[in-house]
Each structure stands twice: as structure tokens, then as C-alpha cells.
Design a protein around this ligand. Structure first.
Ligand SMILES: Cc1ncc(COP(=O)(O)O)c(C=O)c1O
Length: 379
């Protein structure tokens, strides 16, 4: 199998395609796109309203973001043993998506333009890599543990590799990379002079008591860490996230960030400050809610907590499906009215899976997962 994908056109992500398809079907249930059903907490909304009424949001902020939010993030990172200078090592971005776009543009050059992605990984990455003018090269994760195929990784990296882009925890599998895997990636990054973009948008949504290590805590030199307010605080529509890395690297990324967005939405930066001020409480509530949803989804699908398909983070189940020569997710949608995402959206090695989002309305999760289980059992 050729795992190199030099994409030559944009495609609408299969996640959005399935979401749209289900909207056209009467009484359908969408478990496709990763949107939690709950609203942004009031304490965050109120802070945004206050900032608007106080006349604080009309003008651009510095491209790096408001000083106050960067100082708060620097303090939070320091509590976790990570030292970043708020002035030039932390940027506020318009979502993790923009942070990734800026990081890719800052890191690639004409002869260093290959980006390693894991298969599976977040469906949006492929277009992001393409739009940055780079080439995606997939390295498989091995089912059922979704561990990194280290020999494939070693064979894939070269002096043309600019970065490896990791979803950690991963979307769609909810799995996390082990310390040993991260150390191996760092060793290769040092050898071949590439960087690790660690997309940690789900790191507040680890639902079990498992050890999560950010590669940024293992190497400040080689890692750009990205974290978003989108998932932790039900703020996908606010478009606010942050990234941090060592000074020289961030200096390369700043012009790209400035060219793409000028600055993150200022009203959302004020909202994010309130999220930071109430971090532990609000993220605990989100985890509590998602655990409930996971229990409902897994009990309908008959996935036990010790099963490999039982997700430990984020709000997705990546479910193996019967092998057929057509898109199983579309077949499920046509025959049951339940929309999921085909595994192929997440990489070239995943066509016999579907992704189910259990962050959606709990009654719909229950009904949808029950129907999917029955359909697969009777297939
Ligand atoms: C792994 C991953 N990274 C990034 C994003 C986009 O995040 P944001 O809303 O912060 O742009 C998503 C959204 O689903 C995601 O799953």
C-alpha cells in the first residue's frame, strides 16, 4: 500500500459530508460531527458580554493575543512544570485549526515539505497539510491498541520531513501515545531535524485514570503544543485556542499566524480568560457529562470497559465494521437513518471502521448506537 498522499485538490471532509447528508433525511440521527450538545457555560458567556459592554472588543489585539490571557496560560503551564515566556512563546489562535495552519506554514520550506500523519488521525489534517503546500505521509497505528508502527515511522522520516502532526489524544480512536512512543518520535525529530506538532485539543477530556504525557514536557526544543478551548468548554463556535513553543520556532510561525488571521477574535479571548479562571471545575463537569454519554453508547454497542474499542478520551468510538466493498457508513445511514463517519476519512488504513460521536444528545446517542449494533449484528 502506498501511504504517501500528495493531495492535489481540496475535498469537503467526510465528517461534514455525512453531517449534511443526514440533514437531508427525515428523522435521521447524526452521530457524525464532533459537537457536544451542551452550551458554553454561563460564566464564560457573561465574561464575553461584559467585555462587549465595556467596549473592549472592537479593536485587534496584538497578533500573539491579549497579554492577560497569555500571562494566565504561562502561569498554568508553569504549574505543570513547563516554562514558556508569555511575551514570545505563547500565541492565542483562532481555534486549533488556525494554530496548525500557522505552524505548518512556519515550518515547511521547499526541500523540507513532508508532514507525517498517523492513520487514523483527525480528518481535517489532510486538507490542512495540502493547503500549507506540504505533502502528507501516513504512518499506520496498529489496531487494537492503536500503537504507533515504529518501524513504519522510521522508514517514513527523512531529511525532507518538516514535522509530525499528532492528535494526542487521538481523534477518532480516543487513544493516547505512550511515553516510549513519544521519546522515539523525539529521537527521530532530533536525528532528522523535524518538529512535533502536538494537537492536544482533547487532553482535558481524558475520561479514565490513565497517564497522559505531553511531548512538550519531554522536549521544549522540538515540540509545538496546541490546546483549544473548543472541546474542553463547549466553545467550538468561538474559535479560540493557543499554541506554545520555543522562541525561535514561534518567531518563524508568527508571520504566518499574522497573515492568516491578524489575531484571534478578541471577544473570544475575553471569554477564554473566564474559562481559564474556572478551569478545573468546568473541565470536571465536561468529563462527568461525557462519561455518562460514553456509558450509554458503550452499553448499547456492548463494548465493555476492558475492551480495546472502549475509548479512554475525547467523545468518539472507532468501531470495526464488517468488511464490504462499499462505504459502510453510507450504507448504515441509508438503511437505518443514523449518520456516522467512514473510517477512510481518518487515513488510508481504516476503511473497515466507522466513527461514532457520543458527545451528541444523550437520547439520540442511545437510540443511534442501539440501531447501529442491531444493524451490524444482523448484517
Ligand atoms: C484532533 C482535532 N484537532 C483540531 C480540531 C479543531 O479544533 P478547533 O475547533 O480548536 O479548531 C478538531 C475538531 O474536531 C480535532 O478533533
Amino acid at each position: 500500500m502506498n501511504l504517501s498522499v500528495a493531495t492535489n485538490r481540496y475535498t469537503l471532509s467526510a465528517v461534514k459530508e455525512m453531517e449534511l447528508l443526514s440533514q437531508g433525511i427525515k428523522d435521521s440521527i447524526s452521530l457524525a460531527q464532533g459537537i457536544p450538545t451542551c452550551d458554553t457555560p454561563n460564566i464564560i458567556k457573561d465574561a464575553a458580554i461584559r467585555a462587549i459592554n465595556d467596549g473592549l472588543v472592537a479593536a485587534y489585539s496584538p497578533p500573539q493575543g491579549l497579554p492577560l490571557i497569555r500571562q494566565k496560560i504561562a502561569r498554568k503551564l508553569k504549574e505543570n512544570g513547563q516554562n514558556y515566556d508569555w511575551q514570545d512563546e505563547i500565541f492565542i489562535t483562532a481555534g486549533a485549526s488556525e494554530a496548525i495552519a500557522a505552524a505548518l506554514r512556519g515550518l515547511i520550506s521547499p526541500d523540507k515539505n513532508q508532514i507525517i500523519l498517523s492513520s487514523p488521525s483527525y480528518a481535517g489534517y489532510r486538507s490542512m497539510v495540502y493547503s500549507a503546500g506540504a505533502i502528507a505521509h501516513y504512518v499506520p497505528l496498529v489496531y487494537p491498541e492503536w500503537s504507533l508502527d515504529i518501524s513504519a515511522l522510521r522508514a517514513s522520516v527523512s531529511e525532507h520531513t518538516a514535522a509530525i502532526l499528532l492528535a494526542h489524544p487521538n481523534n477518532p480512536t480516543g487513544s493516547i501515545f505512550s511515553k516510549q512512543e513519544l521519546l522515539t518520535i523525539i529521537e527521530l525529530a532530533e536525528k532528522y531535524d523535524f518538529y512535533i506538532i502536538s494537537d492536544e485539543v482533547y487532553s482535558d477530556l481524558i475520561l479514565d485514570n490513565i497517564e497522559f504525557i505531553s511531548p512538550a514536557s519531554l522536549s521544549k526544543e522540538r515540540v509545538i503544543r496546541i490546546h483549544s478551548f473548543s472541546k474542553s468548554f463547549a466553545m467550538t463556535g468561538w474559535r479560540v485556542a493557543y499554541m506554545h513553543g520555543q522562541k525561535e520556532l514561534m518567531k518563524r510561525i508568527l508571520p504566518a499566524h499574522d497573515a492568516i488571521i491578524t489575531c484571534a477574535p478578541v471577544v473570544s479571548q475575553y471569554a477564554a480568560i473566564a474559562a481559564l479562571d474556572n478551569y478545573d471545575h468546568l473541565t470536571a463537569l465536561m468529563r462527568q457529562m461525557l462519561k455518562k454519554h460514553r456509558n450509554v453508547a458503550c452499553s448499547q454497542l456492548e463494548i465493555a470497559p476492558n475492551d480495546n474499542d472502549y475509548p479512554q478520551a475525547a467523545y468518539f468510538i472507532f468501531l470495526p465494521t464488517p468488511k464490504i466493498n462499499q462505504d459502510f457508513a453510507k450504507k448504515i445511514l441509508k438503511d437505518t437513518g443514523i449518520s456516522t463517519v467512514p473510517g477512510s476519512a481518518f487515513g488510508p488504513t481504516c476503511s473497515n471502521f466507522i466513527r461514532i460521536c457520543f458527545g451528541r444528545d444523550i437520547e439520540q446517542v442511545k437510540l443511534g448506537c442501539g440501531k447501529i449494533k442491531k444493524y451490524i449484528d444482523e448484517f
